[in-house]
Design a protein around this ligand. Structure first.
Ligand SMILES: [Zn+2]
Length: 713
C-alpha cells in the first residue's frame, strides 16, 4: 500500500532573503523532466552470480486452494458466491476449529473494529449515508467428503480483539479433527453487499468496481495457533499460498481485470458474461470491472527475464499517462527482479482507479492499483512512484509473504526502500512540489493543482525524514501493526523508518553486500512466511558478522539518530615561556604577538599555523559508526571514523586552517534526522548549511514562498 507522506505544517515567517540565497545555491542532481527510464542498468542475476544463492522453488506449498464461483449484480451492489476451499493441514497438530475472515463486515456498521479504530475517518466517509456500507454473510458451510457434514450450525463470530460487536472473523467447527498432513474440503455459500468505494480499499464508485478481500478467507495456522485477527483500521493482510480458480459472472459490457490469467470469457443467454481466471501460487485474489476502462497491453521482455504481459486498465481521462504507467511497471519488474529475484508470473495487471475511489495505491497478487492526476508533471513522479511501489509489492508482499498484521515493516519497509532506489536509479531524483486546491494532501498526492519548485530535487530517502523526526519516538518499530499508538506512528514505523534503516544498512554494508542479502532473502523465502528474525539472520549469514547491535539501535528502538559537529580553529600560539634549549638549559622565550583567539579575522585561511579541533557530537539516542571528512585550506583532506558509542569525540589538527568538516560525508547514515547540522563550512557556515539542507523545514520555506507567490497573484 502507499500512504501519503507527512503533510507537515506551514512555517510562517521564514526570512525571504535566506530563502532566495538557498534556492540559488541548490544544485540539481538530475533532470527528471525529460529523463527517460533506461532499459538497461539493472543486470539480471544469473550464471555464476546466481550460484551460491538459494535455489528458487518451482511452486508454493499450496495450502489454501480456492475454487470460487460468483455472480455480481452492480445495480443491486450484490455478490452471490460459492467457494470450495481445499485446505491442507501442514502443521503437526490435528485441528477442528477453522477461522475465516469476513473483511467486508468492517463496513457493516460503526461498531466494527475498523470503524472504532479509525472513528474520525470512518465518520467522515460514511456520515449520514447508510448506502455506503457493505457486509458479508455466510449462508451455509459444509465439510465435503464421503459424508457431507453441515457446519452451518457451528458458525460463530469470534472477537480476538475483545470487540463483541465486530463481525469480521467467524469460526467453523468440524465434527472430527483434520489430521496433520490431511486435506479438508470446505464449501461455503455467501452473499455480500459491495460497500461504496470511498469507505475502504474495495467497493463501488458509479460503474467502477474494485473487489478485494471479498470472499470468506481462511486464516493462517502457524507456530501452534491460528492467525486470523479482525480487520483493523490500518493493518494489511496475511494468507497462505494456493491455487485459485475463479469464475465471475456480471452484466455484459464490462472490461474486467483480475489476479491471474484469463482462461475463458463466455457470453450468456441472460445478457451476462462469465470470466474465468486461474492462478497458482498466490495468496489472494482481487478483481476490478468498469465499462469505462481503456485497455493497454505491453510486454516486459528484458533479456534473461521471464516475459511478463502487462495489462493496463486506465481511466479515459488518464489515457495520456498510459505509457508512463507501463514504463514504471517495467522499471519495477527490472529493478526488483535484479535486486531480489525475477517475477515468476506470466502477467501483471495495472489498475488506474476511478476518481473518488479509495482503492488506489494497493497491491494484490499479480494485480495492483496506481493512482494519478490529469495534470501530472514528470518531476513529481506520479504515476511513476505509486506504480513502482505497488508493482514492487509483488516481490515482497506477493512472493515473500510475511505476516502484515504483525510485521508490516518487513514488506512495506523493504518495498519503500527499494521503490526509492528504483526511482532514483531509473528516473532520477524526484522534483519538489505540492498540489493545491485539492483538499487534503491525499493518497499518492493525486489531488489538486501541481506546483513544482524549479530545480529543487529531493534526494533518495530524504522525504521520509520529517515523519521520522516528528513521530520516530512514539513507538518502537518492531511491534504488531495494530498496536502502534496511532495511524501516524504505523506509517512512520512501517514505511519511513524501516526504509531509512535499510538505506542506512546499505550504506554500512555497501551496495554489493546489501543486494546479496536481499537476493538471498528473496530466494530463500519465496512462497514462504518469513519473520524479522529470518531477515536479521540472513544479514548475518551473508555478511558473516553480527549485526544485532544495528537492529537493536533501529528496529528495536524508538530513539532518533542525529550527528552534528563543532569546529574551532585558532592561530597556533608562538612559544612563550621557559623552554629547554639545545644543551638542556632553560631559557625564557617571549612573544609580542597577542593571542588572537579563535576564528581570528584578518588571518588568511592559508596561514599554515593553525590549531583546530573538530568535535563530533551524537545528539540522538541512536549509536551508529560515522565517518568524518575534514578539508584544510592547503587542499589536504583527512578522513576519520568514530564508533559513535560516546556522546562526543574530538579530533585535533595542526597546520592549515579547517575550511570544511562533514559528518557522514557519503550520507551512509540515512536515518540521521537532521542533515543540516552535519556540515560545517568556514565563514559561510549558516548559509551553506541552509543550502545543503534538504529536509522538511527547508522545504516548508519553499512552500511558504510558493504560497506567497500564489496569494500575491
Ligand atoms: Zn506499500
Amino acid at each position: 500500500m502507499r500512504l501519503p507522506r507527512h503533510p507537515g505544517t506551514l512555517l510562517v515567517g521564514a526570512a525571504a532573503t535566506t530563502l532566495v540565497v538557498a534556492i540559488a545555491s541548490l544544485e540539481p542532481r538530475a533532470r527528471a523532466d525529460s529523463a527517460p527510464i533506461p532499459a538497461g542498468g539493472f543486470p539480471l542475476v544469473a550464471g555464476a552470480e546466481a550460484r551460491g544463492l538459494p535455489p528458487l522453488p518451482d511452486q508454493s506449498p499450496r495450502i489454501a486452494n480456492y475454487t470460487i464461483d460468483a455472480r455480481i449484480d452492480p445495480d443491486a451492489r450484490s455478490v452471490q458466491g460459492t467457494l470450495v476451499l481445499e485446505w491442507r493441514n501442514s502443521s503437526e497438530q490435528a485441528l477442528d476449529r477453522f477461522p475465516f475472515h469476513l473483511y467486508w463486515n468492517a463496513f457493516r456498521n460503526n461498531l466494527s473494529t475498523t470503524a472504532r479504530q479509525g472513528s474520525r475517518r470512518w465518520d467522515g466517509r460514511t456520515r449520514g449515508q447508510d448506502d455506503v456500507l457493505g457486509w458479508t454473510r455466510v449462508k451455509t458451510a459444509h465439510l465435503l467428503g464421503d459424508v457431507e457434514e453441515d457446519l452451518t450450525p457451528s458458525l460463530r463470530y469470534v472477537h480476538p480483539d475483545g470487540n463483541e460487536d465486530d463481525r469480521t472473523v467467524i469460526d467453523l467447527r468440524t465434527p472430527r479433527p483434520v489430521a496433520p498432513g490431511a486435506t479438508a474440503l470446505f464449501r461455503l455459500e455467501w452473499e455480500a453487499r459491495i460497500p461504496h468505494g470511498r469507505v475502504g480499499r474495495a467497493g463501488q464508485v458509479h460503474d467502477y468496481l474494485f473487489v478485494a478481500q471479498w470472499f470468506p478467507k481462511i486464516g493462517v495456522f502457524g507456530n501452534g495457533e491460528w492467525i486470523c485477527p479482525p480487520f483493523y483500521a490500518w493493518t494489511e493482510f496475511f494468507s497462505d499460498f494456493g491455487a485459485y480458480d475463479v469464475t465471475l459472472t456480471l452484466p455484459a459490457g464490462h472490461v474486467v481485470g483480475a489476479t491471474g490469467r484469463l482462461e475463458e470469457k463466455t457470453a450468456n443467454a441472460d445478457g451476462t458474461q462469465t470470466w474465468h481466471y486461474v492462478q497458482e501460487d498466490v495468496h489472494d485474489f482481487a478483481w476490478t470491472a468498469s465499462r469505462r476502462f481503456h485497455e493497454r497491453r505491453a510486454v516486459f521482455d528484458d533479456p534473461g527475464y521471464p516475459p511478463v504481459e502487462i495489462l493496463l486498465l486506465v481511466q479515459p481521462e488518464h489515457a495520456h499517462l498510459a505509457e508512463r504507467y507501463i514504463e514504471a511497471t517495467k522499471l519495477a519488474l527490472r529493478a526488483y527482479g535484479t535486486w531480489s529475484a525475477p517475477y515468476p508470473y506470466a502477467q501483471i495487471t495495472v489498475v488506474d482507479p476511478a476518481w473518488g475511489s479509495a482503492s488506489g495505491g494497493m497491491e494484490y497478487p499479480t494485480l495492483f492499483t496506481g493512482g494519478t492526476n490529469v495534470m501530472a508533471p514528470r518531476a513529481l513522479q506520479s504515476p511513476e512512484s505509486v506504480t513502482v511501489h505497488e508493482a514492487g509489492h509483488q516481490f515482497w508482499y506477493g512472493l515473500v509473504a510475511n505476516n502484515e498484521f504483525e510485521e508490516a515493516w518487513l514488506d512495506e519497509g523493504l518495498n519503500t526502500y527499494m521503490t526509492a532506489k528504483a526511482l532514483d536509479r531509473g528516473i532520477g531524483a524526484e522534483g519538489w512540489g505540492r498540489r493545491y486546491f485539492g483538499g487534503q494532501y491525499g493518497r499518492g498526492g493525486r489531488t489538486g493543482w501541481p506546483v513544482v519548485a524549479p530545480d529543487v530535487w529531493i534526494p533518495r530517502g530524504s522525504d521520509r525524514l520529517e515523519g521520522l523526526r516528528d513521530e520516530g519516538r512514539t513507538d518502537v518499530l518492531a511491534r504488531p501493526g495494530w498496536t502502534y499508538r496511532s495511524r501516524h506512528s504505523y506509517r512512520v514505523n512501517s514505511y519511513d523508518k524501516p526504509a531509512l534503516v535499510l538505506q542506512t544498512l546499505e550504506g554500512l554494508l555497501g551496495e554489493d553486500a546489501m543486494v546479496r542479502v536481499l537476493r538471498t532473502y528473496a530466494r530463500r523465502y519465496r512462497f514462504a512466511h518469513p519473520t524479522t528474525d529470518d531477515f536479521m539472520t540472513t544479514v548475518e549469514e551473508v555478511t558473516g558478522e553480527s549485526w544485532r547491535w544495528f537492529f537493536d539501535e533501529t528496529f528495536f528502538s524508538s530513539e532518533l539518530c542525529d550527528y552534528t559537529l563543532e569546529v574551532k580553529s585558532r592561530k597556533a600560539r608562538p612559544p612563550s615561556g621557559w623552554f629547554e634549549d639545545g644543551d638542556g638549559t632553560l631559557a625564557l622565550k617571549a612573544t609580542d604577538e597577542p593571542d588572537e583567539g579563535s576564528e581570528s579575522e584578518g588571518t588568511p585561511a592559508s596561514d599554515p599555523t593553525f590549531e583546530s579541533e573538530v568535535t563530533v557530537v551524537r545528539a540522538g539516542g541512536v549509536r551508529m559508526p560515522v565517518e568524518l571528512r575534514v578539508d584544510f585550506a592547503d587542499g589536504r583532506t583527512v578522513s576519520e571514523t568514530w564508533d559513535g558509542r560516546d556522546r562526543w569525540t574530538r579530533f585535533r589538527y595542526t597546520g592549515a586552517r579547517v575550511v570544511r568538516a562533514v559528518v557522514d560525508p557519503e550520507v551512509k547514515i540515512a536515518i540521521d534526522v537532521d542533515r543540516a547540522n552535519n556540515d560545517w563550512v568556514l565563514d559561510k557556515g549558516p548559509a551553506r548549511r541552509a543550502a545543503t539542507k534538504w529536509a522538511a523545514r527547508f522545504m516548508l520555506w519553499v512552500q511558504h514562498l510558493l504560497e506567497l507567490q500564489m496569494v500575491m497573484g
